[in-house]
Structures are given as C-alpha cells and as structure tokens.
Ligand binder design. Structure first.
Ligand code: SF4
Length: 191
C-alpha cells in the first residue's frame, strides 16, 4: 500500500513536471517544435543529415529540460532495458562512429544486460546514440523508478514531443531502413 502511494506520488510529480515544461518551454523551441514536420518536409539533405538535424534539435530541447530531470552522465538504468533501434540508426552509427554491425542478428534475452556501448558508466557513442536513448527522459525528481527491477511496475509519464516523434517516424519510413532490433542484437558482437 505504501509502495502504491509512492508510485502514485511519483506519477503525479512527473505529470506536473511535464506540464511545467510544456508551459515554460522557450518560445523559439516551442515554435520550432510546432513547425518541425514542415521544416523537415523542406529539408534537402539525405536521411543521415536529416537524422543529424533531428538529433541536434533534440539536444536543444534537452538543454532546456536538464533542470527538470535527474537523467545525467553516470546514470545507466535505461541502458539496461530494451533499446529499440531502426536500421536507419544502425547505419547512422556505422557512418558516424565507424562501427560495423554484426553480419547476423544475435538473438537472446536483452533485458537487464548492458548496452554494448556502455563503457565505464557512460555512453561511448553519445553523439550518435539512437533516438530512443534521446527520448527516454524521466521528469520525476529522482531516478528511483527507472531501476530495472521496478520500472515496469509503474506507468510513469515520459516526455513526448509530438512533432519530434512524427519526424523520426517519417525519416525511418521514407528511408526504407525500417527494421527494428534491439541494439545488442546488432552490435553485441562487434570487434
Ligand atoms: S547507446 Fe548509449 S545511451 Fe543508448 S543505451 Fe547504449 S550506452 Fe545507453
């Protein structure tokens, strides 16, 4: 019962913080987010440069959101849960980091095992990390409910930006590099 109360309080805190972020988002970021799909429709670059532009915009959002989230370097809870990655992002990592994916998908239970790019408690491909890693931002006041033994027991709201998600889906679909796998399945065997 006490734990249920704690979860409900955490859920409400996160919701309150999400609302606060939406209300206080600086006007230039708000208008960029609202026009993101239109901007990307006009973007003349290839899919990699479009993905890079999307990541840069997400970096700008994160800079503002930083003060509302306990997410920080050294916290690695979400590097131990599923990390779903599209073929577009696999190719992006190959191109930007020079890391080849495995020739064959390596299947297995990925939940709980660290992402292969987690090195000494931080992300070794931080600039090229996948969309899902950038989007997974908790806005509770601590990372208590991000722990892998409890995170699935709570329906905590994470930050969502509608046009950011739409642009990502658009890029993946239009590039044709759609296939989704867990990051460990494509990079676990890299040399
Ligand atoms: S790519 Fe980086 S941020 Fe994403 S799960 Fe792996 S180590 Fe964590």
């Amino acid at each position: 019962m006490v734990e249920q109360d704690e979860k409900e309080q955490a859920r409400l805190r996160a919701q309150k913080n999400s609302d606060l972020i939406a209300r206080t988002l600086p006007p230039h970021l708000k208008s960029q987010e609202e026009q993101l799909v239109a901007r990307f429709m006009k973007h003349s670059g290839n899919y990699f440069s479009k993905l890079k532009s999307l990541y840069e915009f997400m970096d700008d959002l994160l800079e503002f959101i930083q003060k509302f989230t306990p997410c920080k370097k050294g916290c690695t809870h979400c590097c131990h849960i599923e990390v779903s990655i599209s073929k577009l992002e696999v190719e992006y990592i190959r191109k930007t980091e020079g890391i080849k994916p495995a020739k064959e998908i390596i299947t297995g239970n990925t939940y709980g095992s660290p992402c292969p790019f987690l090195k000494k408690g931080s992300c070794s491909i931080y600039k090229s990390r996948p969309f899902v890693c950038r989007r997974h931002v908790t806005v509770d006041d601590s990372s208590k409910w991000c722990r892998i033994d409890v995170c699935n027991s709570i329906n905590m709201s994470l930050l969502r930006f509608t046009e950011v998600n739409t642009v990502y889906d658009m890029l993946v679909i239009e590039s044709g590099l759609i296939k989704q796998t867990d990051i460990r399945e494509v990079f676990a065997m890299r040399k």
